[in-house]
Design a protein around this ligand. Structure first.
Ligand SMILES: [Zn+2]
Length: 172
């Protein structure tokens, strides 16, 4: 079982730019009930969900298959599908507020779909860079930020649509 899941590596995907097949989306091969040993999400009718109570019930079920979910594998391998870049002097004047907003979006997204996660946040020169496991989360972060703080938002797809790049900027 485990072998099956792990044969899909980063190179496998990046080596096939013409296809939009997600090598991490190999849940079809997973037998249910499956529990992620990383984030404690569980697979239900081929969808990953997160609910602490269900986790408690499932974890002692002898039929459970212990796996690492696609999002946890992307985080472990540092494999982003969305990259959000924030810049502009307004950002630094409202940094705490903006970081709080992004954190809230991350928490809400996880509750809705535990596959939508932030891999890492970093600061490079005058930019904040946020890498996400899913393209949709990058886009969502950008849109929420734009709605709350205006500025200029650009969303574009690159590398054969493997990665969604979101740029937000506000000068003042
Ligand atoms: Zn997980």
């Amino acid at each position: 079982m485990q072998k099956n899941v792990e044969k899909f590596g980063i190179n496998d995907k990046r080596g096939r730019p013409s296809t939009s097949l997600d090598p991490f989306a190999s849940d079809k091969a997973l037998k249910e009930p499956a529990l992620c040993k990383g984030c404690q999400s569980y697979l239900h009718h081929k969808r990953w969900l997160n609910n602490p109570e269900t986790y408690q019930q499932l974890k002692s079920d002898p039929r459970v298959h212990w796996v690492t979910c696609p999002a946890c594998r992307k985080i472990a391998e540092g494999y982003p599908e969305g990259i959000v870049t924030l810049r502009g002097s307004y950002l630094w004047k409202h940094e705490d507020e903006i970081r709080r907003l992004l954190k809230n979006v991350e928490t809400e997204s996880f509750d809705r779909n535990p596959q939508e996660r932030i891999i890492r946040q970093s600061q490079k020169e005058e930019q904040i860079i946020i890498e996400t496991t899913e393209q949709s989360l990058a886009e969502h972060l950008g849109r929420v930020l734009h709605r709350a703080h205006q500025g200029e938002l650009n969303i574009h797809w690159a590398e054969g649509a493997d990665i969604c790049r979101v740029n937000w900027e506000r000068m003042n």
